[in-house]
Write a protein that binds this ligand. Structure first.
Ligand SMILES: NC(=O)c1ccc[n+]([C@@H]2O[C@H](COP(=O)([O-])OP(=O)(O)OC[C@H]3O[C@@H](n4cnc5c(N)ncnc54)[C@H](O)[C@@H]3O)[C@@H](O)[C@H]2O)c1
Length: 339
């Protein structure tokens, strides 16, 4: 297949591009490099047919032109800004880069006759689910509590409306929306990894402490109603997540619309993650206990029933140490990320 990967220079998009190339697909990466790394493209080039276009994914005509030129069959849409705190400070930037750009992307698909998309959504669209919805099923009401979550939910709504209208006109449009939980780890062959700037994710921060690049890690809240008092989250290995994309791509037939949560279906506490990082790295990880952050629900993890039964996807890597070890191996070789 000819696949357009938006955000393909970022963490998850680069893992998707790598896997698609390994499976023999042709890949076109569109990334404006707001957060991505161009070095990724040089690493991917020897693996197959990859083309890089540095542009905003929502720019309309130029993107439609690329789609026609590369005979794109399907879009994997990862490109977005993804920091909750930043979205609260700069909401318009999030609605521009995430929501408005996605609208431009859909218009370009329409113009170029591309009718299949797999969209990266997020469990942040659920906001703070009531306890009875944890583990979280896809039917959990979506009530995001920050602009990031809302900017992604709006894209889901656009996709639903567009799919509906296309169906009414007997035109083809097929879409799978994948709502990820916390994505972690990296390519287990150590070719690419996770490098965010600024870094806000728990595992990379713990590894930076292990490398001596940060003095400590702060736990935000140690008095939650959980076994060890810290928040519990669902960590899905990035390679398992990409498996879900590949399945979604292969099973996506004309005029279908699917929504799946992607998470392993069990949670680990912040303390468990930090302890596992200390075990994997063999280093002491200094912890500072801080106050709770507003809006952090105590426990979030997936109910994987639908994705297990309908997509036939199950996480292969559910063990924290294996997840962290993959991230550590890359980070040890690349202490300053992509540099
Ligand atoms: N990392 C996670 O744990 C997580 C969890 C849930 C959902 N997600 C979603 O997964 C996707 C990828 O996340 P990531 O962690 O790889 O982020 P990332 O920041 O590493 O990658 C995103 C990439 O998209 C590019 N980009 C952003 N806006 C763009 C635009 N308008 N036009 C072109 N390129 C653009 C950035 O330059 C970057 O390379 C995002 O849509 C995010 O919302 C991530």
């Amino acid at each position: 297949m000819n696949v357009l990967v938006t955000g393909g220079c970022g963490y998850i998009g680069s893992h998707a591009a790598l896997r698609l190339l390994e499976d023999g697909h042709a890949v076109t990466v569109v990334d404006d490099l707001t957060r991505g790394h161009k070095q990724v493209i040089e690493i991917l080039k020897p693996l197959g047919d990859v083309r890089f276009v540095q542009d905003d994914l929502g720019r309309g005509d130029p993107i439609a032109h690329v789609m026609r030129q590369r005979s794109i069959d399907l879009v994997m849409h990862f490109g977005a800004l993804a920091y909750v705190g930043e979205s609260v400070e700069q909401p318009l930037r999030y609605y521009r880069k995430n929501t408005a750009s996605s609208l431009g992307l859909l218009e370009a698909m329409e113009e170029a006759g591309v009718s299949k998309i797999v969209f990266s959504s997020t469990c942040a669209t659920y906001g703070k689910p009531p306890k009875r919805y944890v583990p979280i099923p896809e039917s959990c009401p979506q009530k995001p509590i920050n602009p990031y979550g809302r900017s992604k939910l709006m894209v889901e709504q656009m996709l639903l409306d567009h799919a509906h209208a296309k169906k009414q006109r007997d035109e083809t449009f097929a879409c799978t929306m994948l709502r990820y939980f916390n994505v972690a780890g990296s390519d287990r062959k150590g070719r690419i990894g996770e490098d965010h700037d600024p870094e806000t994710h728990l595992i990379p921060i713990a590894l930076e402490v292990a490398l001596g690049q940060r003095p400590h890690i702060t736990i935000f809240g140690t008095d939650y109603d959980t076994e060890d008092g810290t928040c519990i989250r669902d960590y899905v290995h990035v390679e398992d997540l990409i498996d879900a994309h590949i399945e979604a791509m292969q099973q996506l037939d004309a005029n279908e619309l699917h929504t799946f949560n992607v998470g392993i279906g069990r949670g680990y506490s912040v303390r468990e993650v930090i302890d596992a990082a200390a075990t994997v790295t063999g280093k002491k990880i200094k912890v500072i206990e801080g106050d709770r952050r507003p809006g952090d629900p105590p426990t979030l993890f997936n109910n994987p029933k639908r994705i297990n039964s309908e997509l036939g996807w199950e996480a292969k890597i559910a063990d924290l140490e294996t997840i962290i070890d993959s991230a550590w191996q890359w980070r040890k070789q690349n202490p300053h990320g992509y540099g």
